[in-house]
Design a protein around this ligand. Structure first.
Ligand code: FMN
Length: 220
């Protein structure tokens, strides 16, 4: 399949989609997305990752459990500690605050019901990719996985498939271990929902990005 975008456009067009159409992604496209992402770099080419893709009945079973656990307010957790908001820098905390306010204003609902429900139902995505690392991995393996994560999202967008990477997709790891036969000796690090963007207010939100001057320091 041909590329849809030039690189700069691809970077600008990718954004987190929080509501997907009920439209399956053809298996050959899913396989192409993952195959391209496997070109990502890693420490000494260690390629520490394993990848599990849930679609169809498997994902619907997971989604049912997800919705019910969220409804019952079952506290989520992850194989690696997610860190609390207060542990982020002051700058990052302000950005999180801004995100929540902006989404609340967009939805005209400070409780962000639709946002929370979208998260709880795995964004209605037709496929979710779970990325794992062997237990005992180094911090640099997480960096490798970040490269893989972005490659998956860009490869997807290039093939006309939208995405969101989300903690909410992996917050009941035991369910995923069972449904996707993920071995106990692997940490489930993150999930990426894939699908086709729904025309919904929730998808109108665009995250503000810091400018070059705010984050980058050049020296000559
Ligand atoms: C590691 C990670 C975890 C995330 N978890 C969630 C999540 O649980 N729920 C959610 O709605 N968005 C989640 N996001 C998406 C971010 O909110 C989003 O990437 C950020 O606001 C920037 O927006 P953009 O992706 O549209 O550029 C996560 C992003 C990353 C990188």
């Amino acid at each position: 399949m041909d590329s849809k975008y030039k690189f700069k456009e691809l970077m600008k067009e990718r954004h987190s989609v929080r509501k997907f159409q009920k439209k399956e992604i053809p298996e050959n496209i899913l396989k192409e997305i993952i195959s391209i992402s496997l070109l990502s770099p890693s420490w000494a080419n260690t390629q520490p990752w394993n990848i599990y893709v849930a679609s169809g009945n498997t994902l619907e079973e997971i989604r049912k459990i997800w919705i019910s656990k969220n409804k019952e307010n079952v506290k989520g957790y992850s194989d690696i500690p997610p860190g609390h908001r207060t542990e982020f820098s002051e700058r990052s905390q302000k950005i999180i605050e801004k995100l929540l306010n902006k989404v609340g204003e967009l939805l005209k609902d400070p409780t962000m019901k639709e946002f929370n429900e979208a998260n709880a139902s795995m964004f209605s995505a037709p496929s979710v990719v779970y990325l794992t690392l062997p237990k005992g991995h180094t911090k640099y393996s997480i960096l490798d996985l970040g490269a893989l994560e972005m490659s998956i999202m860009l490869a997807a967008k290039d093939l006309g498939v939208d995405s969101i990477v989300a903690y909410e997709l992996i917050k009941y790891p035991d369910v995923l271990r069972n449904s996707c036969k993920i071995p106990e000796n692997e940490d489930i690090i993150i999930g990426i929902a894939l699908g086709y963007e729904e025309n919904d207010i929730l998808n109108k939100y665009r995250a503000d990005k810091l400018s070059l001057d705010e984050v980058c320091h050049f020296y000559k």
